[in-house]
Ligand binder design. Structure first.
Ligand code: ADP
Length: 388
């Protein structure tokens, strides 16, 4: 089945047209700077990349341009899959778009206002333009929805939890689900307790026992957990009250600071990109060295937390931009887990490949893998399962 996968962010819209059986990607691209001056679409097809400078005042205009561009691709679109950041309390799994399910995406939008409203607009325009095509909602939170109550519940009053739906939702669920599926196949169903480590500019770990999410490090929003590119990860929640009362910072200012000006960027005082920080450390920059040290420390610490949620771990899988590419980061995290019996082979760790691979030594107590993620394929497979 040929599926168009649409991933609308706060000011961007990524798309990919692919086939679920072969995995072939016919065309893909990204509409950038939506609602901002200087917007453009980067499109690639048959190995050729083009940039189109076009006004993109909103997401609806962007998706209309995408359909225009895709007319040149000699492949029919047979279904559309939409990545939705927050499925809230309505989506334990992906669902076909109807008036009701689209209403749910908007109802839970206060939990992810920068994303869900734009995503709902895009879904609506796809339905209007192509009423004959089915659309599927694939929320990033769905995989985590059925984690045990002791993992998702926050120890705050029950009426607050119930009225405002405050709980752990997590994120990167589509990626963690894809990693489970790939690891399960790659290890001949020998994996039972997996910690999936999605380390990109956003980063989260997920404890997965026989395909079921047992816990994850992100919380009500993606701000919780690990130190990330520009997000601080877990800090004492009282930091917010303190800064509000003592530093006179508004809630919006603290929100921006914790989401956009913190993490590796803040500690390194240089960049949110791990490549720049690794280069800085190699040149003797102490702040970069501390940023990396904190990244290793928190990742290894929360790895142990995820293992505890399953009372064991047999496999660890690195994925996403940092997890797939950074030899240094993988080594740094593994070194701090040597006490748990994690041992990676430096030569295997240094190999670059687009295929899943083992990087641990034969005597490592925990099998360590690098597994490139493919959220678009996972979304397309959901579309096929629900519509195909
Ligand atoms: P997201 O999808 O959350 O934007 P990605 O998974 O694409 O993030 O990861 C982006 C991050 O991956 C970059 O910020 C960079 O830190 C890291 N990264 C990408 N390529 C490399 C590389 N070759 N070596 C080290 N880090 C890399």
């Amino acid at each position: 089945m040929n599926v168009l996968v649409v991933n609308a962010g706060s000011s961007s819209l990524k798309y990919q047209l692919l086939n679920t059986t072969t995995g072939e990607v016919f065309a893909k691209g990204n509409c950038e700077r939506i609602g901002i001056d200087g917007s453009f679409i980067g499109h690639s097809e048959n190995g050729k990349k083009d940039t189109l400078e076009v006004a993109l005042p909103d997401h609806k205009t962007a998706i209309k341009h995408v359909f225009d561009i895709l007319k040149t691709v000699d492949q029919p679109i047979e279904g559309i899959g939409h990545r939705v950041v927050q499925g809230g309390w309505y989506f334990p799994e992906s669902k076909v778009v109807t008036d009701e399910t689209l209403g749910w995406v908007r109802e839970v939008a206060p939990l992810a206002p920068l994303h869900n409203y734009a995503e709902a607009d895009v879904i609506e325009i796809c339905r209007e333009m192509f009423p004959e095509l089915g659309n599927v909602i694939v929320p990033d939170t769905a995989f985590h929805y059925n984690m045990p109550e002791h993992a998702w519940r926050y120890a705050i009053p029950r009426d607050v939890v119930d009225t405002y739906h405050v709980r752990k939702y997590g994120a990167h669920g589509t990626s963690h689900r894809y990693i489970w599926r790939t690891v399960d196949e790659f290890t001949n169903h020998e994996t039972h307790k997996l910690v999936s480590c999605h380390l990109g500019s956003g980063a989260s770990l997920c404890a997965i026992e026989d395909g079921q999410c047992m816990d994850t490090t992100m919380g009500l929003t993606p701000l919780d957990g690990l130190v990330m590119g520009t997000r601080c990860g877990a800090v004492d929640p009282a930091t917010v009250f303190y800064l509000n009362r003592v530093a006179n910072m508004s809630i919006d200012e603290i929100d921006t600071m914790m989401n956009k000006q913190s993490g590796l960027l803040a500690v390194s005082a240089k960049s949110s990109d791990s490549r720049d920080i690794e280069a800085g450390m190699n040149e003797g920059d102490e702040k970069c060295a501390m940023a990396l040290e904190m990244f290793y420390y928190r990742t290894s610490q929360l790895f142990a937390e995820m293992a505890a949620s399953m009372e064991g771990v047999d496999t660890m899988a690195f994925t996403a931009g940092i997890g797939e590419n950074s030899v240094t980061m993988r080594q740094g995290v593994a070194d701090r887990l040597a006490w748990m019996g994690v041992k990676i082979d430096p030569e295997l760790n240094a190999i670059r490949s687009d295929d899943p691979r083992v990087i641990s030594t034969p005597d490592s107590k925990i099998r360590v893998l690098v597994v490139p993620t493919n959220e678009e394929l996972m979304i397309a497979l959901d579309v096929e399962a629900l519509l195909g």
